[in-house]
Ligand binder design. Structure first.
Ligand code: PEP
Ligand code: MN
Length: 346
């Protein structure tokens, strides 16, 4: 439920609304807006007496949020959420961000080289899993904590921000120490204890759509994170399971405008997992930017043929550089620009 204050409502009137919500046993979240302030009532169990709030001084109207996800919805917050990362990088504003790097962190040389290569091409965030959710327990599972150290090293060398996956609540604690963005992978989209831990970790979260998750389920999973007090959530379309094995997944481009319509949260696209095929990643990355994605996440490896995971969908560094040149033009056509890495200080 959203209590919209009148334009010019006083601080005392707003405080009174907050106090009444608390007295009723719910949480209040004050959201100052350009025109008027709104106060969100969090935890509505269906027993809220709206008339008590409607009658308070300074209240213009009480809106019942119709969607099952509340704080994530556009009804709750009309303006897009802009997530501020370090180094002046933002997600969800005018800029389109590129997150790039290998599927997994494999060695210091591999991740540092990849970081330098993707930075050179124009990425602002380095990706790479220290922990990997793999379909088979016999395949490379990631380096774990030593992999995180290597990511920290790559950040030092390149100045890029780091996005890496946490697979369980304990992993969230480790990843939070190093990462600028904590990734929750597709397989864990509905791991609710992990989502709650992510909601309390204090770092922005990249939440990937589950393999068979509807958009509503994706938004409800994001709601778990916001409900814990973390409002910095970036959604990610990474393809859903289809019946056609021509591609690894069915890359649901439509999800981008659909999510933008339903939610104020930014959404990026991962055409690497979305297609699973190197030569399909490039056109779908271009398409995602054209469709309004707030960023792209692309797997790039210094030597994809030697990659320990997802080599077949990883771009060669020069392919990524070409892709970045193309997406700069596409972004401009739709009134956006691609975020550029800050110059490296001497
Ligand atoms: C990844 O980003 O490397 C990954 C495992 O992705 P997903 O969770 O989308 O499969
Ligand atoms: Mn991968």
């Amino acid at each position: 439920m959203l209590i919209v204050m009148r334009h010019g409502a006083t601080a005392e009137e707003i405080e009174r609304v907050v106090a009444v919500i608390k007295e009723m046993g719910y949480q209040a979240r004050t959201m100052p807006g350009a025109q008027r302030t709104a106060v969100g009532l969090v935890g509505n169990d269906g027993r809220v007496d709206a008339s008590r709030l409607e009658g308070l001084a300074g209240v213009q109207e009480v809106i019942h949020v119709s969607k099952p996800y509340k704080q994530v919805s556009r009804e709750w917050k009309a303006e897009p959420t802009v997530i501020r990362l370090g180094g002046g990088v933002t997600v969800g504003g005018a800029e389109v961000v590129a997150i790039a790097g290998p599927c997994s962190v494999e060695s210091e040389k591999q991740i540092v080289t990849a970081a330098q290569q993707v930075r050179e091409a124009g990425a602002v965030i380095l990706r790479g899993g220290a922990w990997k959710p793999r379909s088979s327990p016999y395949t490379f599972q990631g380096l774990g904590r030593p992999g995180l150290k290597l990511l920290a090293r790559a950040r030092e060398e390149s100045g890029l921000l780091v996005c890496t996956e946490a697979m369980d609540p304990e992993g969230v604690r480790w990843v939070t120490e190093v990462a600028d963005i904590v990734q929750i992978g597709a397989r864990n989209m509905q791991n609710y204890s992990l989502l709650k831990a992510a909601g309390r970790c204090g770092k922005p979260i990249l939440l990937k759509r589950g393999l068979s998750a509807t958009v509503t389920e994706l938004l409800l999973s994001a709601e778990y994170i916001l409900a814990e007090g973390n409002h910095d959530v970036i959604l990610c379309e990474r393809g859903i399971r289809g019946f056609d094995s021509t591609t690894r997944n069915v890359f649901d481009l439509t999800a981008i405008p659909v999510v933008h319509n339903l939610s104020h949260l930014p959404i990026i696209a991962d055409p690497s997992h979305g297609t699973g095929l190197r030569d399909k990643v490039i056109p779908m990355a271009r398409a995602a930017v054209a469709a309004g994605a707030d960023g792209i996440m692309v797997e790039v490896h210094p030597d994809p043929e030697q990659a320990l995971s997802d080599g077949a969908q990883s771009l060669f560094p020069d392919q990524f550089a070409q892709l970045m040149r193309e997406v700069r033009v596409i972004a401009e056509v739709i009134g956006r620009r691609v975020a550029e890495p800050a110059p490296v200080s001497a």
